[in-house]
Design a protein around this ligand. Structure first.
Ligand code: SAH
Length: 199
């Protein structure tokens, strides 16, 4: 078993977006946050079997899931450049993940996944940007771990009903200066992670 701190160190090797797109809200999940959600899922016994990362970006969650012993991991993202970086990242870390270029609105998967782990767009640029991700995830897996804006719980619970948020945690999310419209160099926001069960 890879411990949480070891996992963080390995995930620091994962490169972020070379040219992040603001419209698609391309923020790579920091290694500390990725390790938190993955370790949490692992401790609940949920990171087994077939795992999917929706909006996998440059791959930190998919790669981490594989490091924690998932049998098989699939990462999907709409941006082919991000998928290419994800491939390189997996090679560098030394794990095997299946990468797919695709859109969450038209998922090319059957409902065979044990779990989806995802950090969807927060909807800062476009409200409700996380909805197709929740809908897509509920269409293919029994359990979902997902990272959202602080304070989204009631909205997400209503949106996914009759499925349920069984547990949640807050997590500190360091944001680097990525886009021109960000003023401060580095600040920390609070985010929430949910464990969702399909009902
Ligand atoms: N999960 C990654 C990236 C988070 S950023 C990480 O944790 O680091 C959100 C990602 O969602 C981006 O990579 C963006 O390209 C992707 N995305 C946005 N809209 C999408 C869509 N309709 N279908 C698939 N991926 C999408």
């Amino acid at each position: 078993m890879v411990r949480k701190r070891q996992l963080e160190i390995l995930l620091e090797k994962v490169e972020g977006f070379a040219e992040p797109s603001a419209r698609r809200e391309q923020y790579a999940t920091p290694a500390t946050v990725a390790a938190s959600v993955l370790h949490w899922a692992y401790m609940q016994g949920d990171l087994e079997g077939l795992v999917c990362d929706l909006g996998s970006g440059t791959g930190v969650l998919a790669i981490g899931a594989k490091l924690l012993g998932a049998d098989r991991v699939v990462g999907l993202d709409v941006d082919p450049r991000a998928v290419k970086t994800a491939e390189e990242n997996a090679r560098r870390v030394g794990v095997s993940v299946d990468w797919v270029v695709g859109d969450v609105n038209h998922l090319p998967f059957k409902p065979v996944f044990n779990v989806v782990v995802m950090n969807p767009p927060f909807g800062a640029q476009r409200r409700g940007a996380d909805r197709p991700f929740l809908r897509g995830a509920l269409g293919i897996a029994d359990v979902i771990y997902s990272i959202h804006n602080y304070g989204s719980k009631d909205f997400v619970q209503r949106f996914i009903s009759p499925s349920v948020i069984t547990e949640w945690r807050t997590v500190e999310f360091p944001i680097r200066h990525t886009f021109e419209f960000h003023r401060r160099e580095r600040h920390v926001i609070k985010a929430e992670m949910y464990r969702i069960e399909r009902r």
